[in-house]
Design a protein around this ligand. Structure first.
Ligand code: ACM
Length: 539
């Protein structure tokens, strides 16, 4: 087996682990049959749906593992076929056979099969009548992920994103073999999840008066109210839709900072008597939760409803960027500090984190925290997301924490993609496609303990400057394609090879209508202004 590119349409992204000698192509066409094991039937039904919609073919699914039964695609579970989410795909002797130890592995084999077929096969209806038969190149692929947690984060608090588009995003993540969608559901500028016990969180907290216009340093506002929220059933729908494509949704309720929207809804959660609004400006609010027993109980109550809606193992409790000025001037916080024998307000966050992590653990779940939690002693077993640097992640992994690598320099997709003057306004310059592709979440220089602790990597999309789905797709793509290689493919991939495969892959994104940034730069419709602004991107 050698690392190579399959013959046929455009190359596969993320890069395959290994590919055998090419042979005779397998022809698929109208009337083709997908033979499934009982355990692969749901994946077979997904493939049938995709294939028949795009081609107009009559595609059958048979629940027959019997090799003698007529079939053109076979989906099989076999424990000998690699570990975990790996799969083997062979196309030979007129049959495409996908074998894996788990339904997830079979699903990833099916996603590879979709990439071996023409891009037109990604449409939702045939564009030119019933499609003619198509060949899958004869080959043998063995492929498996490098990392178990292959995530994409989406901030729906700074800008609300419609549910229908989140479902589409899940399709796109799964096509790129990513398996976690981290939803940042709450922040100073908006609370997006219905909580039955505290209805004002969405009645009040889901709406803000206006948003910054242009870059926040310009201190201009648009005067346009913004907001929205997901009902619990909306979120259950998202969770179930994602699960069918082996994507787990990790909810984040950010605390004790980034809570101004909740304080606007329930002022008794705050530290001052002043009424506050849901925050209109970007940046970090000084308004944080107070540390009263009732406030900790509020957090437990909210988390109970979150845990009820999101069945995955991980619940994200935020913990980033929590200013302590209010606690310095709050009699309650000072009493708490004295009772705990603490000498610095920063350690109050450590106490708070212990309370909420203990609650999540008592419910059988695992808490995830941003790397600031390390400064006041992150509780044992908590998963750390290392965003301010990669070094924090190495430290946390060495100290025994599972770590998801999220360093902003390589994985923050709210940064511009280029320094060019035409790039739309972004929070920061610039994380290029090449830089994302060069990221190694587990560099060989790490100690064995640190290497063992790094369970995954994740790209982040904060949405201060991302007002809706089209702009979100622009920020994600094509960087998400490079990130998929970081998380899935064996290390050491060449950027030049990736770029060549990407050229073919962009034809797929075109068919899917993804508003990606072309490699030559933004289209006029994507630019910051018309004509291109003279100044460089100083964001
Ligand atoms: C973060 O970017 N504040 C996690």
């Amino acid at each position: 087996m050698t690392e190579a590119r399959p013959p046929g349409p455009g190359g596969v992204i993320p890069r395959l682990a290994s590919l055998g000698e090419p042979g005779r192509a397998v022809e698929l066409g109208d009337g083709c049959v997908i033979a499934c094991d009982p355990g692969t039937l749901p994946v077979g039904e997904l493939l049938r749906g995709w294939l028949s919609a795009a081609t107009g073919w009559n595609v059958g699914v048979s629940a027959s593992p019997d090799d003698a039964a007529p079939s053109h695609i076979r989906l099989r579970l076999d424990e000998r076929a690699g570990a975990g989410e790996g799969y083997e795909l062979s196309a030979r002797d007129d049959v495409v056979t996908i074998t894996a130890a788990s339904p997830a592995g079979v699903f990833y084999g099916v996603q590879t099969l979709r990439l071996l077929l023409p891009p037109e096969f990604l449409r939702r209806a045939p564009a030119g009548g019933v499609a003619p038969p198509a060949g899958v190149p004869g080959l043998l692929i063995r492929d498996e992920p490098r990392l178990a947690w292959r995530g994409a984060h989406l901030d729906v608090a700074r800008h609300f994103m419609p549910k229908q588009w989140i479902l589409r995003l899940i399709d796109l993540l799964a096509l790129h073999k990513l398996n976690v969608l981290h939803l940042h559901l709450t922040d100073d500028q908006g609370w997006r999840m219905e909580i039955e016990r505290y209805p004002r969180l969405t009645e009040v907290g889901a709406w803000r008066r206006e948003s910054p216009l242009g870059h926040s340093r310009d201190r201009r506002f648009d005067g346009v109210p913004h907001g929205g929220y997901y009902t619990k059933n909306d979120l259950r729908e998202i969770v179930e839709y994602a699960a069918r494509q082996f994507v787990t949704v990790v909810p984040e309720i950010d605390m004790p900072g980034h809570m101004q929207a909740a304080i606007a809804a329930y002022p008794h959660l705050g530290n001052t008597a002043e009424p506050v609004e849901v925050r209109s400006a970007w940046g970090i609010s000084p308004q944080v939760l107070n540390l009263d027993d009732e406030t900790v109980q509020f957090c437990r109550d909210v988390l109970d409803e979150v845990i009820d809606v999101f069945p995955g193992q991980h619940i994200h409790l935020g913990g980033d960027e929590c200013p302590t000025q209010e606690w310095e001037h709050s009699a309650g916080a000072q009493r708490r500090m004295a009772a705990l024998g603490l000498t610095d307000e920063r350690f109050l966050q450590g106490w708070f984190t212990e309370q909420v992590v203990a609650h999540v653990s008592a419910r059988g779940r695992t808490a995830v925290l941003w790397d600031e939690a390390l400064e006041s002693g992150a509780p044992e077993g908590t998963v750390i997301m290392s965003w301010r640097s990669d070094v924090a992640g190495w430290y946390a992994a060495s100290a025994g924490h599972p770590v998801v690598m999220t360093p902003e320099y390589w994985t923050y997709f709210d940064w511009a993609q280029d320094r060019g003057a035409a790039e739309p306004v972004a929070i920061h310059v610039a994380t290029s496609l090449r830089r994302v592709h060069a990221f190694d979440p587990v560099p060989p220089s790490l100690t064995p303990a640190a290497r063992a602790g790094i369970v995954g990597a994740q790209c982040q999309l904060w949405t201060e400057y991302v007002s809706g789905p089209a702009r979100a797709e622009y920020q994600y793509f094509p960087r998400l394609c490079a990130f998929a290689e970081v998380a899935w493919s064996p290390p050491g991939g060449e950027f030049g090879d990736f770029e060549e495969r990407l050229a073919g892959h962009l034809a797929r994104l075109d068919v899917l209508g993804v508003n990606y940034r072309p490699l030559a730069g933004p289209t006029p419709g994507q630019m910051r202004g018309w004509p291109a602004a003279e100044a460089g991107n100083v964001s």
